[in-house]
Design a protein around this ligand. Structure first.
Ligand SMILES: *Cc1c(COP(=O)(O)O)cnc(C)c1O
Length: 433
């Protein structure tokens, strides 16, 4: 291929300045491109399937702000609804009917949710759900899986995915031993180790939290029987099953992974899509459990900006758009076409690869499959991924800057966008082979 016509002067300038102002130049680690090398691209604006950077390059975007942009960036209907509500003020700190509307939509859509509390991020949702698991069961221990990410609260920063996996960080300094002493770790897709943990911790495990489809250790799907098995084991042990659907909620299907697989957890966390690009998280579940939350019950949790009218509006509009006939069928079609194109492009150049997609979520690892857990995911050739990432950027395709993050499509990606992307993959695999 010819040399790149990617212009990066302005991005470099801004990022160099940013490094003096913010740790690593960013406000969230993976954005810094540390694991793929090179300078990050500084964005100027986004629309539909595209992002434009400060040097005037346009990219077809497969991150979608890490998930929220499933209806396309800056969707005109979401933006127009935001304009309308903006005039009424940005935050009330008091009840507003928009909270009822979004709550009702979430309760109707997500099978396990009978009652819901809105917060401001996925991290906050997971932090609160952990407190609730412990409050309801009167037990302290929890099980989480290697490579799953549940936000950055202390108790979850053991064998975590996302940026922790991307940067190969050991368990973070600043997390006291006592905070993670009750966090028990199992390999994903391994029911045997979960059973063993329950056997050696009788009547002291509050529950299990997991990504029902993993997106933070790369894209890893549950093996047949895994989710069912977790449901049985938790029920037998009077422990709670919690699906962290911050990423998969309204993405794997309108009702999330739990609707797709027909497994109903006791509690669910949500985020990303339900905020339509504004900061939102939520946790919800059986009414009996949610009744523990203040002021209905004794478990304290609060938030100054929680349920603010802007975030609620973006969420409501986004869910309305997703609820329309045929949206998930469309997402499924383009995403499976994309991943099949990626796999055959790699195979045509004899590069080892394994990957798959569900609905609007996809991922691949540059190694021989299968990849069913984080240990296997780590076989992925991260150096080759770094070169692939750069080659794709030069061809106008913006992929997650990490071998351990899922990719996302949106309703705004056209068939032509997908074709262009597959061609770019073909050229890039050839360029790095
Ligand atoms: C993104 C994510 C979180 C954290 O959400 P933030 O809004 O980034 O705090 C938690 N769990 C999962 C599964 C996620 O993908």
């Amino acid at each position: 291929m010819s040399t790149s016509n990617l212009r990066t002067n302005r991005s470099k300038e801004i990022f160099t300045a940013a490094q003096k102002l913010m740790p690593g130049g960013v406000n969230s680690p993976v954005r810094a491109f540390s694991s793929v090398g090179g300078q990050p691209i500084v964005f100027d604006r986004v629309k539909g399937a595209y992002a434009w950077d400060v040097d005037g390059n346009r990219f077809i975007d497969y991150i979608g702000s890490w998930g929220p942009a499933i209806c396309g960036h800056a969707n005109p209907q979401v933006i127009s609804a935001l304009h309308d509500v903006l005039e009424k003020g940005t935050s009330f700190g008091a009840p507003c009917i928009l909270e009822n509307i979004l709550a009702e939509m979430v309760i109707d859509a997500v099978p396990s949710v009978e009652s819901v509390r809105f917060v401001n991020s996925g991290t906050e949702a997971c932090m609160a759900v952990l407190r609730l698991m412990r409050a309801f069961t009167g037990r302290d221990k929890i099980i989480k899986f290697e490579g799953c990410y549940h936000g950055h609260a202390d108790m979850f920063l053991v064998s975590a995915g996302s940026g922790v996996a991307t940067l190969g960080l050991p368990n973070s300094p600043g997390v006291p031993r006592s905070s993670t002493a009750d966090t028990l770790i199992a390999p994903y897709n391994c029911l045997e180790s979960v059973k063993k943990i329950f056997e050696s911790n009788r009547d002291s495990i509050a529950g299990i939290i997991l990504e029902p489809v993993v997106g933070n250790a790369g894209f890893i799907t549950p093996e047949p029987g895994f989710l069912e098995g977790l449901r049985e084991i938790t029920t037998e042990n009077n422990a709670l099953l919690v699906f962290d659907e911050v990423m998969t909620g309204f993405r794997i299907s309108y009702g999330g992974a739990q609707a797709k697989y027909g497994i109903i957890p006791d509690l669910t966390t949500l985020g990303k899509i339900i905020g339509g690009g504004l900061p939102v998280g939520a946790y919800g579940g059986r009414a009996e459990i949610m009744k523990m939350v203040a002021p209905a019950g004794p478990m304290y949790q609060a938030g100054t900006l929680s349920g603010n009218p802007l975030a609620m509006t973006a969420g409501i509009k986004t869910l309305e758009l997703l609820k329309q006939e045929g949206t998930y069928e469309r997402l499924e079609v383009i995403t499976s076409r994309l991943i099949n194109g990626i796999l055959s492009a790699a195979r045509a150049t004899n590069l080892p690869i394994t990957g798959s997609s569900i609905s609007a979520m996809f991922g691949f690892f540059l190694c021989e499959g299968p990849v069913n857990n984080f240990e296997q995911a780590k076989k992925s050739d991260t150096q080759r991924f770094a070169r692939l990432h750069r080659a794709m950027l030069e061809r106008g395709i913006y992929l997650a800057p990490s071998a351990f993050e899922a990719g996302f499509t949106s309703l705004a990606h056209s068939d032509t966008d997908i074709d262009i992307t597959i061609t770019a993959f073909k050229e890039s695999f050839e360029a790095i082979a």
